[in-house]
Design a protein around this ligand. Structure first.
Ligand code: OGA
Ligand code: ZN
Ligand code: ZN
Length: 411
């Protein structure tokens, strides 16, 4: 009986909600002569949109080219003092229309407006999930928890797995694929599943093995201390793909990984002077040599810890073999910089996590953020080591990730 009553009451509530939905009203008004305030639904929070921004983003055929999703408004004559003079709502089409002081009329759907709300929460969600996923920094001891594994075949055939791999790479800066075939085409097929290979001085795909007369320090069987690849490029390749085709049976050949952003966090917190120096002093990074008969002399000057205008890490640079002997800083900066750099390197070594990839493993990691290295090994005919590598760029990866996310949301 009591239960029935309750059900009866909730049915009434449903009816009231339906009625409310039926007569819900979009409301819109002009505020301060320049802004448009929209309330998508009664009892919902109002959203404020600057008039100048609305006019700039008019979606009519004169102002916007639909198939290229591009603004074609005549910006040479754009009036930033434009004002809305009348706003109307269209309940059936779920739109508002705005008449402007120049008599132009624009229409905006509620969904379009809500998606572009200037509310802090909405902007945060857009920036931290859709623009670029927020990075999570980790210490070496957390490696097992944060490093995700994916099956190569599933990455190649299932969009949802491709998306998870790229999302892990974006958030943690590392992910491992397993079960790849042992042919030299794997890195290209993977890169092309995402977009396309980033070419460098060393070609598109490159083979890391001990080579006589090596032109690159990596092409020796010596230990390869922690580093980032190609710090001497202004546009440093973003993500390394290292496919293990043959792994040495000798005790060496393991890889080391460190989250450079985590090391920067430690310095920032515990050694602010070192952090300040390493994020300010420009270091000359270089690579001189020749590849396929073509000479090169690469130089890029940048700090070890690069920050963006909001103080966030934009890139970490470190490579002892590829740090130039030219050091274009005032004399007084030299020794203090060395002290700070030595601390950075010590902290990184102490935090590094080592593991040995097996044939069929593909190690992928963010070269802008992580430091990586390789233990030395005994290379011989009976115990060779053969790694095929390639790079991808973040522009291409993020784009693919957004396309996959949009598609998954539509389903
Ligand atoms: C490199 C490198 C890793 C490896 O060639 O720059 O980091 O496992 N190689 O050999
Ligand atoms: Zn227009
Ligand atoms: Zn490397």
């Amino acid at each position: 009986m009591w239960v029935q009553k309750l059900v009866g009451r909730s049915l009434n509530q449903v009816k009231t909600i339906n009625a409310a939905q039926f007569c819900r009203q979009i409301s819109a008004r002009i505020v301060n002569k320049t802004n448009v305030e929209v309330q998508p639904q009664k009892n919902e929070k109002s959203l404020t949109f600057p008039g100048v921004w609305l006019r700039d983003n008019c979606l009519c055929e004169d102002c916007f080219h639909g198939s290229s999703k591009s603004r074609k408004l005549d910006w040479d004559n754009f009036d930033t003092r434009i004002q809305p003079v009348e706003v109307k709502t269209d309940e059936a089409a779920k739109e508002i229309s705005v008449k402007w002081s120049d008599n132009h009329v624009s229409r905006f759907s509620l969904n379009w407006l809500k998606n572009r709300s200037f509310e802090e929460e909405r902007q945060k969600e857009y920036l931290q999930e859709f623009y670029r996923p927020t990075t999570r920094h980790w210490s070496g001891s957390e490696f097992q928890e944060i490093a995700r594994h994916f099956k190569y075949d599933e990455v190649m055939t299932q969009d949802s797995v491709l998306m998870e791999w790229l999302q892990s790479l974006a958030v943690y800066g590392v992910a491992l694929l397993r079960g790849a075939p042992l042919d030299e085409g794997v890195v290209r097929r993977l890169a092309e599943r995402v977009g396309f290979i980033r070419r460098t001085t060393y070609g598109e795909e490159f083979v890391v093995q001990a080579k006589p007369g090596a032109q690159n320090f990596a092409y020796l069987s010596l230990p390869l201390p922690l580093h980032t690849d190609l710090p001497y490029y202004e546009y440093k390749p973003s993500v390394n793909i290292l496919h293990c085709v043959v792994q040495t049976d000798s005790p060496g050949g393991s890889n080391m990984l460190v989250d450079g952003f985590h090391i920067a966090d430690i310095l920032r917190r515990e050694h602010p002077e070192d952090f300040e120096r390493l994020s300010r002093v420009l270091v000359d990074w270089n690579d001189i040599g020749s590849e396929d008969g073509r000479e090169f002399h690469n130089i890029w000057r940048a700090p070890v810890i690069c920050l963006d205008s909001e103080g966030r890490y934009s890139r970490v640079n470190h490579s002892v073999p590829q740090r130039d002997s030219h050091f274009n800083v005032p004399l007084s900066e030299v020794l203090p910089w060395y002290e700070s750099y030595a601390r950075f390197v010590r902290l990184a070594i102490a935090d590094s996590h080592a593991f040995k990839t097996q044939p069929g493993d593909v190690l992928t990691f963010n070269n802008i953020r992580l430091l990586h290295g390789r233990a030395g090994y005994d290379d011989s005919e009976v115990s060779p080591r053969y790694i095929v590598g390639a790079y991808l760029d973040w522009d291409i990866i993020y784009s693919r990730l957004r396309v996959l996310k949009k598609r998954a949301e539509r389903q």
